[in-house]
Design a protein around this ligand. Structure first.
Ligand code: GLU
Length: 505
């Protein structure tokens, strides 16, 4: 029975790299009929940020990757917040001490700092509390048994550190990276537990994964250096047979490939790095994809491709299709470069897949909000005209407004080039023809324009540019019959009149 967990720390908004980790966990679990769990890792109270947990839950819901078990929908392995599991951890820390795999350390912050400073002075800037240096520190390996007991009875602050062997190769097979091997010589005696009763990330993570029966740990590459320690903890706690398999996912890189895409990159690089807006009561806010008008399906589709590909040409995948196609052995080791243009491309694909009636409803509501009235038929007519060039539903609104409202700004350069006295005369003649014709549909206006030109032996260039500039102010946009139909003859006549006055030759 596959059970995976997404285990963020509520230290701020969830970065899109975190969402990708959650997504890969979700896809991996669902493909195998497994369970996707959300666990909030809030043991470090100093980094706790109010609102972050709600943000995480909301972001996952928006993406459609709602956990099967979590703080909001607890299952049989709760609680799902580490702070609420506090009483569970001490016994395991003590078990490690009793079996000679961990020890009490009483060194104060100042003593550790002094040690670090001294090492630095002697040319060792990376001092670590490890199998060699611990022999000169204040811990239950160097102090007498009585002294240790006295300190504990006294309530002296302490930490419990893992006692690593001096020279041992720790090996494990990562589902993404293959065999990983690290020597304990290069590791330090990490703190597992503090005298305030709180475990550190390492202990809590292992205990919880064990108790929650997690089968696969799928997480970001930044946790790879912790994995050998975790492997040893499983061994020392006697849980080796239950140890989950590891998969460390590649980093997300900036678009230029230059370094990790960080939380701080945020709006600075011109695109959001968060799924939804983050508006803390105090502190800096940041923008998200949801509020920028992205479809969650497009965002998720884009994320799925950051570090994975299906090995085929297909790029547009629904969440269900992703579940069917996802294969963790196709996750790459190399960092995945974020591509903002591709993200917009995905949104465009999803916009095109929306039923036109739905887009028309969105458009109608937005136009009403702006005080522009347009009947149902014309609104429905507008959607396919604008859809192909739009990335967001909002683009439809902008383009529609540009047609439906009389221009305020005119492309004066084009006017200078295209609007001469001959064009003015042709435009005036067309004005009369239009006035006589009144309202019509686009096909009829098309016939009207063609026969107008034909009867006068004129090419389209004699009327088209001037009429377009008069109606919309610019050279680009939908065809003239479409514009005429949408705005109606009265409005078209008004615009032509105004144009002729304003740019009289
Ligand atoms: N709490 C860790 C984080 O914030 C979880 C790492 C893990 O998945 O083991 O990313």
């Amino acid at each position: 029975m596959v059970r995976v967990r997404f285990a963020p720390s509520p230290t701020g908004p969830l970065h899109m790299g975190g969402v990708r980790t959650a997504l890969y966990n979700y896809l991996f679990a669902k493909k195998q009929g497994g369970t996707f769990i959300l666990r909030i890792e809030d043991t470090d109270q100093t980094r706790f940020v109010a609102g972050a947990e709600d943000y995480i839950q909301e972001a996952l819901d928006w993406c459609g990757i709602t956990p099967d078990e979590g703080p909001h929908n607890p299952g049989p392995y709760g609680p799902y917040r580490q702070s609420e599991r506090k009483p569970m951890y001490r016994q395991y820390a003590e078990q490690l001490v009793n079996s000679g795999r961990a020890y009490y350390a009483f060194d104060t912050g100042e003593e550790l700092e002094a040690m670090r400073e001294r090492a630095k002075q002697s040319g060792f800037p990376n001092w670590q509390y490890n199998s060699i240096t611990r022999e000169r520190m204040k811990n239950s390996l160097t102090l007498s048994k009585e002294e240790v007991e006295k300190r504990l009875a006294n309530g002296d602050p302490y930490v419990i550190r893992i006692q690593l062997p001096r020279d041992e190769e720790v090996k494990f097979e990562d589902m993404v990276r293959g065999w990983v091997s690290v020597n304990t010589r290069n590791m330090d005696d990490k703190v597992l537990f503090k005298s305030d009763g709180m475990p550190t990330y390492h202990l809590a993570n292992i205990v919880d994964d064990y108790l929650m029966k997690i089968t696969h740990v799928i997480r970001g590459e930044e946790w790879l250096p912790s994995a050998p320690l975790h492997v040893l903890l499983y061994r020392y706690l006697g849980w080796e047979d239950a140890r989950p398999a590891f998969a460390h996912l590649p980093l997300l890189l900036r678009p230029d490939g230059n370094g990790k895409l960080s939380k701080r990159d945020g709006d600075r690089l011109g695109f959001p790095v968060f799924p939804i807006d983050w508006n803390p009561a105090d502190g800096e806010s940041a923008s998200g994809y949801r509020e920028k008008g992205y479809y969650p399906q497009a965002f998720v589709n884009m994320l799925a491709f950051l570090g994975w590909n299906p090995g085929t040409e297909q790029e547009v995948f629904s969440l269900d299709e992703l579940v069917q196609s996802f294969d963790i052995s196709r996750v790459s080791k190399a960092g995945a470069r974020f591509d903002f243009d591709k993200t917009k491309w995905f949104n465009q694909q999803y916009l095109r897949m929306q039923p036109e009636a739905d887009l028309a409803t969105v458009l109608a509501a937005k136009l009403t909000e702006k005080g522009i009235s347009l009947n149902e038929e014309k609104t429905a007519y507008l959607v396919p005209l604008l859809k192909e060039r739009a990335v967001f539903p909002e683009d439809l609104v902008t383009e529609a407004v540009a047609i439906l409202q009389a221009p305020e700004i005119y492309d004066e350069k084009s006017i200078e080039k295209r609007y001469n006295s001959e064009a003015a005369n042709v435009l005036s003649a067309f004005y009369e023809v239009l006035k006589q014709r009144g309202d019509a549909d686009a096909a009829d206006y098309d016939v009207l324009i063609k026969s107008f030109l034909e009867s006068r032996g004129l090419g389209f260039g004699k009327l088209g540019p001037a009429l377009r500039l008069a109606l919309t102010g610019v050279m680009a946009g939908p065809s003239l019959p479409d514009v005429l139909y949408l705005i109606g003859s009265d409005e078209a006549l008004r615009r032509i009149e105004y144009f002729k006055q304003r740019f009289s030759l």
